[in-house]
Design a protein around this ligand. Structure first.
Ligand SMILES: Cc1cc2nc3c(=O)[nH]c(=O)nc-3n(C[C@H](O)[C@H](O)[C@H](O)COP(=O)(O)OP(=O)(O)OC[C@H]3O[C@@H](n4cnc5c(N)ncnc54)[C@H](O)[C@@H]3O)c2cc1C
Length: 439
């Protein structure tokens, strides 16, 4: 390709640019924000971000040696016992080969941005996409304007491209832009979850030297009741800090008050209590309200223009409590790469990309939706066979607290290394039955 264009220069946009740099003479990343603006970027970037182990693998694939750079810059790399997952207050068995990089989202993204811009054929363009340029049934470029201009009086410019990527995040307007030209928008699934997030930083000293992540969630033993089993997490990040998140659904949403934040931490598992009692909170508490998970099903369309793909939150934005978003975007970039490397013409509809992406997006949705539906205030939509899925899922979760083999499979799914169907394999179900019978 002569030129590929990426709309959105955050996580998914940067990873797309990395992939496209292998296939286009020039890659232009269009982004309204600049990294130099204080407080730039979407507000959710300031919340605790955990990178699942599959996401870490994908990052190393696209940026070999990135982990070493991150660690040299102060990120923490943890394996096995450094990664502690509690369910209903009980520490789950260790998964020895599990790894995680502890870093904040801006730090991770800045390292990725530097690597992408060092490629030589990727440039950034400051501006906001306003629509698409079409030629017949193909997208041939992007209409854009200055970042801050109001849409009505903005001077619109155009840039042609052989392939356009939508990486504009969960508020993507791709559906309306397609509709303006007579194309149907993707059918969209939604689930109302009404989740509240609050993240704070604490100074990190030599308390908890063997911990990179401690994560606490309610499970079957508490009936998934957040007031019985406080959901929260902490990650050791660059700058000798703990990034700590407390979360709550509906009326249990956390606020910005430090006293309330500390009270929640002290009701939680030992590592959270320890940090609340011994470490100094630094800076303000950032809150974020996430009302619904959203999934745009491009693979279900029967018509789609050539020269256009989408990935990242622009396709699926699922409940962040399960930490899947960064990994989904990285897998989306790898899906785009597989599509282009297959020799498919970028001028034709990218069905192969959308079908491959749907496999991981649907798997992530299945994991998050099944867990969300356990919350009393989440009322659907229920997937077919939900009662049975939920019953079997609860049994596997119970067994995962007791048994390293079941937990290994379970964490493989949580870390997106395995498809959720791995948890219903005869091997896992038999082992689950044996573990629970022995109990
Ligand atoms: C509270 C919270 C906590 C989270 N925690 C985790 C976690 O622990 N682990 C994890 O993996 N994921 C987590 N996520 C999810 C993760 O943040 C998203 O999946 C990730 O941001 C997706 O990246 P993206 O690039 O697709 O979208 P975004 O990060 O939203 O970026 C979209 C970009 O597009 C730009 N843009 C928007 N409109 C236009 C336009 N018209 N033209 C050009 N550019 C445009 C924006 O300026 C922005 O830079 C969390 C999300 C939330 C809300």
């Amino acid at each position: 390709m002569r030129r590929a264009m990426v709309m959105g220069g955050s996580w998914a946009g940067l990873l797309s640019a990395r992939v496209l740099a292998d296939h286009a003479e020039e890659v232009v990343v269009l982004e309204p924000d600049t990294a130099d603006d204080p407080g730039h970027g979407a507000p959710h970037r300031r919340q605790l971000h955990a990178l699942l182990s599959m996401g870490h693998t994908q990052l190393e694939r696209w940026f070999p040696g990135l982990t070493d750079d991150l660690v040299a810059g102060g990120a923490r790399l943890g394996t096995g016992p450094a990664l502690q997952y509690y369910l209903d207050g009980v520490l789950k068995p260790c998964v020895p080969d599990n790894t995680m990089v502890g870093a904040t989202r801006p730090f991770l993204e800045e390292h990725v941005r530097r690597r992408v811009l060092a490629l030589g054929n990727v440039t950034t363009l400051r501006g906001r996409a306003r629509g698409l340029l079409f030629h017949g049934d193909r997208v041939v470029g992007v209409r854009f304007s200055a970042s801050q201009a109001q849409e009505s009086d903005a001077t619109v410019e155009e840039l042609d491209a052989d392939l356009v990527v939508d990486a504009t995040g969960r508020s993507s307007r791709l559906g309306s832009w397609l509709a303006e030209h007579g194309w149907a928008p993707a059918p969209t699934d939604r689930m109302q979850v009404d989740l509240g997030y609050a993240t704070a930083s604490f100074h990190r000293g030599d308390e908890l030297p063997g911990t990179v992540i401690a994560h606490a969630a309610p499970g079957p033993a508490s009936g998934y009741q957040q007031h019985l089993s406080e959901p929260a997490g902490l990650v050791a990040v660059e700058g000798d800090r703990w990034s700590v998140v407390v979360v709550g659904y509906g009326d249990h949403r956390p606020g910005r008050e430090p006293e309330e934040f500390l009270r929640r931490m002290k009701r939680c598992v030992a590592p959270l209590r320890e940090v609340a009692e011994n470490c100094r909170m630094e800076g303000d508490i950032e809150t974020f309200r996430f009302r619904e998970s959203r999934k745009r099903n491009y693979s279900r369309l029967t018509r789609f223009p050539g020269g256009l793909v989408a990935l990242g939150d622009a396709v699926a934005s699922v409940n962040p409590a399960y930490g899947q978003g960064l990994t989904l975007a990285a897998l989306g970039a790898s899906s785009l790469s597989a599509h282009l490397r297959s020799g498919a013409s970028p001028r034709l509809p990218a069905w192969d990309h959308f079908r491959r992406l749907a496999v991981v997006v649907d798997a992530a949705w299945q994991v998050s939706a099944t867990a969300d539906l356990a919350q009393p205030h989440v009322t659907g939509p229920y997937p077919p066979g939900y009662r049975l899925i939920r019953w079997a899922g609860d049994k596997v979760v119970e067994a995962s607290v007791l048994d390293p083999m079941v937990n290994r499979e379970f964490m493989g799914v949580v870390n997106m290394r395995k498809h959720p169907r791995a948890l219903t394999s005869p091997r896992v179900l038999m082992r689950t039955a044996r573990v629970l019978a022995r109990r």
